[in-house]
Design a binder for this molecule. Structure first.
Ligand code: BDR
Ligand code: CA
Length: 311
């Protein structure tokens, strides 16, 4: 059994991750914190509670955190995730209550009270996590590790160089990467590998499970709207946190570019075998990060299907 906390900007692929984490018998999901990203914070919270309804997640506190990045104005991804951030399916709102604590306070309480080591899994811009690291550094150090969806060792999606979650709030990302907490970066090098096609959507739609039908609708909607297969995206980070043997990783020194040029938000990964000879100087203090370069696609996708619909 592993103890996880998710930080989300739900988001269609965040939904796939939440469903899995709430349902998998070897995951003790002790809380979910929300941050603005794919859409505004209020909508992220609404979406997260809806997903927990579909997943039948029991007693999982959900709290709201940052409404915007530290420095820049928010830039939402509603063109990808729909106006409501969750494919505009018109799903009724949940009757679940939001935890009254701010995300930072909930993170502190959960980490301090956990008897088991906690893995934090941010699937969104890192604003909440940076605020947590700065507000309660001693508590943050008690985390076993952070497995985050974000960044890339091979080009971006929000810009040519930067991945969305890092680009949305590069200053927060820099704080988290430099926190000293062990980090696994599940980025764009693998993010799009977990493709779901129309057959898989139909299997979910005909599964007879509420969670399966909800997931099937999300995938079906995307395939119809974007005319391409959909990735399980953020879910992959949760799978790799649960079963690290399903990923191939390399350790690189990583620097988050916080300058205001074309590289803003890029995670610069030093892959050079002779990296210790770095001449520019910035590299010396850069943290070593475990970067996921390859995943066992079929196994990870099957694991998700089995957890959502039982086969
Ligand atoms: C990331 O950005 C969001 O749109 C997705 O939910 C994922 O976390 C991919 O760049
Ligand atoms: Ca996300």
């Amino acid at each position: 059994m592993k103890t996880f906390i998710l930080d989300v900007d739900t988001g269609v692929d965040d939904a796939f991750a939440i469903m899995f984490a709430a349902r998998h018998p070897e995951i003790n999901l002790i809380g979910i914190t929300c941050v603005d990203g794919n859409t505004n914070l209020k909508q992220v919270v609404i979406n997260t509670l809806k997903v927990l309804d579909a997943a039948d997640g029991k007693n999982i506190p959900v709290s709201a955190g940052a409404t915007r990045p530290l420095i820049e104005e928010p830039k939402y991804a509603e063109h990808v995730h729909g106006k409501d951030g969750l494919a505009d399916l018109g799903t009724p709102n949940s009757k679940r209550e939001v935890d009254p604590r701010n995300a930072v306070e909930l993170l502190r309480d959960l980490v301090e009270s956990s008897k088991d080591p906690v893995t934090l899994i941010p699937l969104a811009p890192l604003t909440n996590i940076a605020l947590f690291v700065r507000t309660y550094p001693e508590t943050a150090k008690k985390l076993e590790k952070i497995v985050l969806m974000g960044g890339s060792a091979s080009g971006g999606n929000a810009t040519a160089s930067a991945e969305f979650n890092i680009w949305h709030d590069p200053e927060s990302a820099a704080i988290v990467f430099n926190s000293g907490i062990p980090i696994t970066m599940y980025g764009l090098d693998v993010f799009n590998d977990l493709k779901m096609n129309q057959d898989k959507a139909n299997q979910l739609l005909n599964s007879g499970s509420d969670c399966g039908v909800f997931a099937g609708k999300l995938i079906d909607h995307f395939i119809q709207r974007l005319h391409r297969d959909v990735t399980l995206g953020d879910y992959g980070a949760v799978a790799v946190a649960l079963y690290p043997n399903l990923a191939t990783v390399e350790k690189y020194k990583v620097v988050v570019d916080t300058t205001y040029g074309p590289g803003r938000g890029q995670t610069v990964c030093d892959k050079r075998p002779y990296a210790s000879l770095e001449l520019a100087g910035w590299h010396k203090d850069a943290p070593e990060v475990e970067v996921v370069l390859k995943i066992e696609v079929d196994e990870i996708r099957n694991l998700w299907m089995k957890t959502i619909i039982g086969n």
